[in-house]
Structures are given as C-alpha cells and as structure tokens.
Design a protein around this ligand. Structure first.
Ligand code: BTN
Length: 269
C-alpha cells in the first residue's frame, strides 16, 4: 500500500486530508476511521484511512464488499463537519460521487455517470461505490465517515452483485496507476469539501446541479427496492433534498429517499 508520503507529496490540496493512515490489510477502513474519530484532534482531520485489502469491507445495506488485494482503491475519510446540519448529510454523498467522477475522468479521459443515489458507472456498469455513516446531534453532525471503493483491476463476480459491475482496466484495456488516481480524486474531494465548509449555501446548489447532471438514472425505467417494497416505473427527477421521484407503472408518484436500483435491464422509457 502507498505510504502517507507518496499520497501527499506535493499534492495541491488545502485541507483534505490532514493525516493519512495506510494499511496493507485491515477489517474495514470505515471502522478504523470511526475509531480514530473518537480521539482524533482537530488538527488531524479530515483523515484518510486507506487499505490494500479489507477482510470485512462493507457496502450499503450492510452487504459485504470484497476486492482482491491491491486491486481497488479502498478508503474512508473521517470528518467532523460540525458546521453541517444532519439534514444536509446527503450533500457529502453528492460531493463524493462528483469528486470520484471528476478524478476518474481526469485520469482516464472517460466521463463516468452516476446511478442514483451514489454509485459511479462506466459504460452503465458499476465501477465505484460510496458509503456514508454519520453520527449526529439535533442540530449538527458529530462525525461522518465517507467510504469509497473503486474497482481498478478486478470487479466482484456477477452472482454476488445486484447490478452489473466492471473495473477500470477492463473498460480501458490498459493498466491504471492507482496512486495517481487516488491523488486525482483527493484533489477534487479537497476542492468540494473546502468550498462546502467556506460557503455551504452556494456550494450545495452547485454540487446538487453537478450531481444531478451526472445521474444516468433520470428518465429511465427502473426497478427499485425501497424500505416499503419493490417499485417499478420511470425515474422522473430528483428533489432538492436528493430524493428520487418515481412514476410507477400505474401512474402513481413516489418520493424515495433511500433505495437500491436493480439491473439490468435499464431501458429507455
Ligand atoms: C456500496 O456501493 O455499497 C458502497 C461500497 C463502499 C465500499 C467502501 S471500500 C472502503 C470503505 N470500507 C468499507 O468497508 N466500505 C467502504
């Protein structure tokens, strides 16, 4: 795994990350980041926790997330954004999705798209996933851990995933410099996080628009698993809150704040 020096050397960032913890193997970078948050001084945050391999990596809905050693970028950011209201936490997911898309595009020259709410796609297949775990009080976030897994040279076997997945090497047909990719993503994360911290109001609007424009899901006929069951229909748009507006096959409208889109097929409506 890359050393903190290799990651940070001459990186044009202003405040993210301030500290890097790098492991060859770990259970989950999410847990390590959360443990560090309990005792971490402000001067060490945001902190990047990165691993070459995870033995207990997890995805959304507590699903396992496994990648062969050194085949992916597996990292979490430990943040203490006390200036954010709990209701705004989804902005962190938009920020991460947008930063992953921008970093990948800069490194490989192809523009990724997104599957609502937070999967990064290349050629309509999942290339990266994002996991946000937070703890909050009534008015502010106590902490947030943002986890990212980018498939670089391997992707999970088809029978283990709910949506077609791929990896960067397969799409591009050449090897990818994982360190360069990580650094490119960090530069974009730093850009957006610094802007959010300095001017939440206008950066939230810009991020929403940027995230919205990357959503491949919009206008498509989808099947989505929600807390209240499976729904099928057209994903018409997203609200400013980030919730998805789905018109079901009977014409009913649903506002979905969290769910899992299945595939394939995703066909044009
Ligand atoms: C998803 O698409 O379900 C989210 C996947 C998030 C995976 C990353 S890998 C690094 C970090 N550590 C974890 O255990 N999970 C996240």
């Amino acid at each position: 795994m890359f050393s903190p020096n290799e990651i940070l050397n001459d990186l044009p960032i202003s405040r993210l990350p301030r500290r890097v913890l790098s492991y060859t193997q770990i259970g989950s970078t999410m847990d390590a980041a959360r443990e560090h948050l309990h005792s971490a001084g402000e001067d060490t945050l945001p902190m990047l926790v990165i691993a070459g391999e995870q033995t207990a990596g997890r995805g959304r809905q507590k699903r396992p997330w496994y990648a062969p050693p050194e085949s992916a970028l597996l990292f979490s950011l430990a943040l203490r954004p006390s200036w954010m209201r709990p209701a705004d936490a989804s902005v962190l997911v938009w920020m991460t999705g947008v930063a992953l898309c921008e970093g990948i595009q800069e490194q490989v020259g192809i523009e990724p798209r997104m599957k609502w709410p937070n999967d990064v796609l290349l050629q309509s297949k999942k290339i990266a996933g994002i996991l946000l775990e937070t703890s909050s009080g009534q008015d502010s976030l106590h902490y947030a851990v943002l986890g990212c897994g980018i498939n670089v040279s391997a992707s999970p076997p088809p029978e283990t995933v709910r949506y077609p997945a791929t990896h960067l090497t397969a799409v591009l047909n050449h090897e990818i410099d994982r360190l360069a990719l990580l650094r490119a993503v960090l530069v974009r994360l730093d850009y957006w996080y610094s802007n959010l911290q300095d001017d939440m109001g206008s950066t939230r609007v810009t991020l929403f628009k940027t995230w919205h424009d990357k959503l491949e899901t919009l206008g498509k006929h989808i099947q989505i698993q929600t807390a209240s069951g499976m729904l099928e229909g057209v994903a018409e748009d997203v609200e400013l809150s980030g919730a998805l507006r789905l018109r079901d096959t009977g014409g009913g409208m649903h506002l979905i704040s969290s769910g899992d889109i299945f595939g394939p097929p995703i066909h044009q409506s």
